[in-house]
Design a protein around this ligand. Structure first.
Ligand SMILES: CSC[C@@H](O)[C@@H](O)C(=O)COP(=O)(O)O
Length: 339
């Protein structure tokens, strides 16, 4: 496999390395990933995260393994294991299906070619959708975003953050409200870090501050990513996205979802059918890992921890994909499905 480089993933000399996102922004620690077991764990621990990045990382590892002599039946078994590592984001499943399809036309060469193609495709899709999204941003806008959808979560410039980055780069003087994104703080840890690296003016807020800012007229538009977009336009994204969509509707603020077409799942009729990952109680009761250990809830406190929520299509102002900008009418008339 050729060497490949992105913000959170690189392949060098047929070895895959992953930037441990659980340690950011405190530490930039690269982990070598050389087994399917470790990739499954890295995905589950969110060391590698973000719908497109998970899909690409899993495919790169499978391709490296295939090239190093993994038997085709073991390739298929491991591909299916990785496919199930996280249930909500569909990119992982779509990308692995492309790899499995490619394996039928010449194993292992076609698998390696397909993994490399998926890597470069993601960069291109991010560029296209960022350009399109930027066309919706007026100069001097205050933009609110949630979770992390940038270079860490994709292998390109990102989705919602890609749009913000484009707007900033084109001199629109945008300012960004970054929602911290409880419980794992992808906004506070990762988006704040990316904004800083890119020199985009931002302010970090607790998720619960969004309503007050909207009421005060301090949010002009909201851009978020997606983990799966159903055929009817409902979409799953990081928990807290639906709150923002409801608030945006109440305050009449445009609410945009930005994703590559690899996030669309036409086999999923509506948002109720999207599987929602439930995660460990410890994430809600405190923090641990690179930030020390701190538990603030009573030891036996019962917890419910859904990692994603579903935003219904009627709350979305537009779906920005690499293939175009779609409005509610487009979804209702099947244009999104025919994209
Ligand atoms: C371009 S990333 C889009 C989504 O994957 C992102 O918004 C998100 O919800 C990520 O969740 P995570 O649990 O951190 O993987």
């Amino acid at each position: 496999m050729n060497d490949l480089h992105a913000l959170s993933i690189f392949v060098d000399d047929n070895q895959l390395s992953i930037l441990d996102q659980t340690q950011l922004p405190n530490k930039k620690q690269w982990l070598v990933c050389d087994s399917i077991d470790s990739m499954v764990l890295m995905i589950q621990k969110l060391q590698i995260r973000g719908a497109p990045a998970i899909g690409i990382a899993a495919c790169l590892l499978l391709a490296i393994k295939a090239e190093k002599g993994l038997a085709e039946e073991d390739f298929i078994r491991n591909a299916n294991r990785l496919r199930a590592a996280r249930p909500t984001a569909v990119n992982l499943m779509n990308n692995i299906d492309s790899l499995l399809q490619a394996s039928k036309t010449g194993y292992p060469k076609s698998v390696v070619d397909e993994a490399e193609r998926l890597f470069y495709e993601d960069i291109e899709l991010c560029n296209k959708l960022s350009e399109l999204g930027n066309s919706l941003i007026s100069p001097n806008s205050n933009i609110l975003t949630h979770c992390n959808t940038g270079g860490l979560a994709t292998v390109g410039v990102g989705t919602a953050i890609g749009v913000i980055r484009k707007a900033h780069g084109s001199g629109k003087n945008v300012k960004v409200w970054v929602g911290e994104t409880r419980p794992l703080l992808q906004g506070g840890r990762l988006t704040a870090w990316e904004m800083g690296e890119l020199g985009v003016p931002y302010r970090l807020i607790c998720d619960s501050m969004a309503a007050m800012l909207m009421a005060r007229g301090e949010v002009d538009c909201i851009f978020v990513g997606a983990d799966r977009i159903a055929a009817n336009g409902d979409f799953a994204n990081k928990i807290g996205t639906y709150n923002l969509a409801v608030l945006a509707s109440y305050h009449e603020i445009p609410f945009y979802v930005v994703a590559p077409h690899t996030t669309v799942d036409l086999a999923c009729e509506n948002g109720n059918l999207i599987p929602i990952e439930e995660r460990n109680a410890s994430e809600v009761k405190g923090v641990s890992g690179g930030f020390g250990d701190c538990i603030w809830a009573p030891e036996g406190a019962p917890v419910y921890n859904p990692a994603f929520d579903v935003t219904p299509a009627h709350l979305v102002s537009a779906w920005i994909l690499d293939t175009g900008i779609y409005r509610v009418e487009d979804v209702q008339t099947g244009k999104l499905a025919r994209r």
